[in-house]
Design a binder for this molecule. Structure first.
Ligand SMILES: Cc1cc2nc3c(=O)[nH]c(=O)nc-3n(C[C@H](O)[C@H](O)[C@H](O)COP(=O)(O)O)c2cc1C
Length: 398
């Protein structure tokens, strides 16, 4: 990211998680409800493990905010791990109990997780040293920081939503959702499915995976609505917003593919079906009757809804285990099981919203600048007026 920068710290069963977000302008009103709500949304979802029953995440603001307004300095957030009280003897930063730590030592790497490559890279004797940081618990810090990015975007009218598009094979052929589809998502439903008629079948599939000691993945779609045109740029490979969004969403644990708009479907047909015609709008501007491009052409937002889908592989920790090798003995063994989710798709949607919000907020600040929200808004209005004038004068140009 160019103007905003997020760094997170902390381990899954350590004392807690920190988010350090730099680059936010001063004068942003903190929406405490949004912060609390998004952290709760990240914990929700059918198929989560017992950990989510222990934690009730709340973010404490430890810097960058005074009286409910940002100051322009680094935002510092702290989310305590409630489970740390159970793990202190094994995870204390000061001293661990060797007997208790040995009981929780990990030496049979789980296929699909970070254990083996992380062990080879960091040469730790206990693979717990890898998995504690590799865990998606880290995304709690991302969601807390992402809530501030959403607050900034709301200043210029941008809204972000998500939903579960498919789970395993259920819903795999579902059409690319629209903003109106996402408005229908029931936040309290077990899986936050976009097509509610599929939800029962999805729940049954999660139950089956649970019974069989197996896991599931799927796809979540995020849409950002009322995104200003002109964010990102075509001029350099690392300025293209589609690439920046893909990197951010792909960085979410277990996400293995990212699609912009109807990218997959478009690649399988003719260009005439893939591209969105340009018509003259009623106010003299431009109108697009379809949005297969998902709001991005040439790495620049075109004023349509930004549509991005993340495809997540099934959870790596299987209760029934997977073939692996014990690093201590060299023997082939079945991987060990540690309390785990069967699926975490609804949470992945919330995390993807946060990553999209962070990238969009960064691109907005890059485009408009501003040390204060007041300045940003003034720049936004001026840019919008210039874009309107440009679009309206197009038909006079020879
Ligand atoms: C919200 C969320 C929850 C997750 N929960 C688990 C889990 O309980 N057990 C597990 O093995 N993997 C879980 N994962 C996936 C792993 O964190 C991920 O597979 C691992 O870090 C390896 O990274 P990679 O899959 O991106 O290569 C979760 C991912 C997300 C997004």
């Amino acid at each position: 990211m160019r103007r905003l920068h997020l760094t997170t710290g902390g381990e899954s069963h350590g004392p807690g998680l920190t988010a350090l977000l730099t680059g936010l302008p001063a004068g942003l009103r903190v929406d405490f409800d949004l912060l609390t709500r998004d952290l709760a949304r990240r914990q929700h979802g059918y198929g989560r493990g017992n950990r989510m029953k222990i934690e009730k995440d709340t973010a404490e603001i430890r810097g960058g905010v005074r009286g409910g307004e940002t100051l322009g300095g680094p935002l510092v957030l702290w989310i305590a791990n409630r489970d740390y009280t159970n793990w202190e003897p094994m995870m204390s930063p000061v001293k661990v109990d060797p007997r208790r730590a040995a009981q929780r030592r990990v030496h049979i790497p789980r296929p699909g997780h970070t254990d083996l490559p992380g062990g080879l890279k960091y040469l730790r004797d206990d693979l717990r040293d890898i998995l504690e940081r590799a865990s998606a618990r880290e995304t709690t810090a991302r969601v807390a920081a992402g809530a501030f990015a959403k607050m900034l975007l709301a200043e210029v009218g941008v809204e972000i939503r998500s939903g579960v598009r498919s789970l395993g094979p259920v819903g795999i052929d579902a059409p690319v959702p629209t903003w109106e589809d996402l408005l229908q998502v029931d936040e309290t439903s077990p899986l936050r499915a976009i097509d509610r008629s599929l939800e029962e079948e999805m729940v049954r599939l999660v139950d089956r995976a649970q019974q069989e000691g197996d896991t599931l993945g799927g796809a979540v779609t995020v849409i950002a609505h009322r995104v200003p045109a002109g964010l990102g740029s075509h001029v350099q490979w690392d300025e293209k917003l589609d690439g920046r969004l893909a990197q951010a969403v792909m960085s979410i644990h277990a996400v293995k593919a990212v699609e912009i708009g109807a990218g997959l479907q478009g690649s399988a047909g003719f260009g005439s079906a893939a591209h969105d015609p340009i018509h003259r709008g009623p106010d003299g501007g431009f109108r697009r009757p379809s949005n297969h491009a998902g709001g991005l052409e040439g790495g620049i937002t075109n004023g349509e809804d930004l549509v991005i889908t993340a495809y997540k592989k099934p959870i790596a920790t299987l209760r029934k285990g997977m073939p692996s090798v014990d690093r201590d003995t060299g023997e082939e063994k079945v991987s060990e099981y540690e309390r785990s989710d069967v699926t975490a798709l609804p949470a992945a949607g919330v995390i993807a919203e946060s990553m999209v919000a962070l990238v969009l907020a960064d691109a907005l600040l890059e485009k408009l600048g501003g040390d204060s929200v007041a300045e940003l808004r003034a720049h936004f209005e001026a840019t919008r007026a210039q874009q309107r004038a440009w679009a309206g004068s197009g038909h006079n140009t020879p």
